[in-house]
Design a protein around this ligand. Structure first.
Ligand SMILES: Nc1ncnc2c1ncn2[C@@H]1O[C@H](COP(=O)(O)OP(=O)(O)OP(=O)(O)O)[C@@H](O)[C@H]1O
Length: 238
C-alpha cells in the first residue's frame, strides 16, 4: 500500500504538487497520469524519499521511506534518469546494487532471468537497446523482491513489443497481490495496462478511481482525460 497525505512541494511560488492525497491498493496496477509538468515525478520522488515535501506525508507500507528498515525489500523503483554506468556490464550493475544492499549475489542472476536478459548479462550497458535498458531497470527494482513497485514512465520510448512485455510483466506482478504504481503521460498505453488511475494536472489530483469510473459520462477514456486535465490548465502532451 502507498499513501500520499496532503503532499505539497513548491519550487518558487507556484506549487509543483499541491495538497495531493491518494491511496494505491495492492493486487492492482494503478496508473499515475497527467500531462507533462503535471507533478508526477515530483510526487514519486517524495514517495521514495528523494525529495522532501514542504507539507504532508508520503507513506510506503505504512512508513516514511527513510524509516523503512529494508527499503529495497519493501519498494522497488524505476526512475527517469537513474541509469547504470554505461561502461558496466548488466550483471555487474545488479551485483553491485545487490551487494551494497546486503542482498545475495545470486538474486542478481535471478532478476536478470525474470526480465529475460540472461543472454545479455555480460554485455556492457552502453550497448543495450532502450527496451533492454528498461528491462535492466526493472530487474534492479526487483532485486529486493519488494511488495511494491513504483515506475516512472516505464514504457516511454519502447516499441510495441517492449510495451507488451512491460504490460504483461506488471499484470503478473499485481496478480500476485503486490502493489504497482506507474506514471505516464501516455494515456492510451496506460489504459491497456492499469486497473485504476490517479489523474494529476497542474499539481492537483483531478480524478482517482477505476478506469471505468473515470471514463463514465465521457465518450471515451481519452476524452475523459482531456476534459479533466484541461480544467486545470493542462499543457496537452498526452
Ligand atoms: N528541481 C526542480 N526545480 C524547479 N522546478 C521543478 C523541479 N522539478 C520539477 N519542477 C517543476 O515542477 C513541475 C512538475 O514537474 P514534474 O517533473 O513533477 O512533472 P511531471 O508530471 O513528471 O512531468 P513529465 O511528464 O514532463 O515528466 C513542473 O512545472 C516543473 O518544471
Amino acid at each position: 500500500m502507498i499513501e500520499a497525505v496532503r503532499l505539497t512541494k513548491r519550487y518558487g511560488k507556484k506549487p509543483a504538487v499541491d495538497d495531493v492525497s491518494f491511496t494505491v491498493r495492492p493486487g492492482r496496477i494503478t496508473g499515475f497520469l497527467g500531462p507533462n509538468g503535471a507533478g508526477k515525478s515530483t510526487t514519486l520522488r517524495m514517495l521514495l524519499g528523494l525529495d522532501h515535501p514542504d507539507d504532508g506525508t508520503a507513506l510506503i507500507a505504512g512508513q516514511r521511506y527513510r524509516d523503512l528498515r529494508h527499503p529495497l525489500r519493501t519498494v522497488g523503483a524505476l526512475l527517469d534518469g537513474a541509469g547504470p554506468v554505461p561502461e558496466r556490464r548488466g550483471i555487474d550493475h545488479l551485483v553491485w546494487m545487490a551487494q551494497s544492499n546486503r542482498i545475495p549475489r545470486r538474486r542478481a542472476h535471478e532478476v536478470l532471468e525474470l526480465v529475460g536478459l540472461t543472454g545479455a548479462a555480460r554485455q556492457r550497458v552502453k550497448g543495450y537497446s532502450l527496451g533492454m535498458g528498461q528491462r535492466l531497470g526493472i530487474a534492479a527494482a526487483l532485486l529486493g523482491d519488494p511488495e511494491i513497485l513504483v515506475l516512472d514512465e516505464p514504457v516511454n520510448g519502447l516499441d510495441p513489443d517492449g510495451i507488451r512485455w512491460v504490460r504483461n510483466f506488471l499484470r503478473e506482478y499485481a496478480a500476485s497481490g503486490r502493489t504497482v504504481l506507474l506514471s505516464s503521460h501516455l494515456m492510451a498505453e496506460t489504459a491497456g495496462t492499469a486497473d485504476d488511475a490517479i489523474v494529476i494536472a497542474g499539481g492537483r489530483i483531478v480524478a482517482h478511481g477505476s478506469l471505468d469510473d473515470i471514463s463514465a459520462g465521457h465518450e471515451s477514456l481519452e476524452s475523459a482525460f482531456f476534459a479533466l486535465t484541461a480544467e486545470r490548465g493542462g499543457r496537452g502532451g498526452w
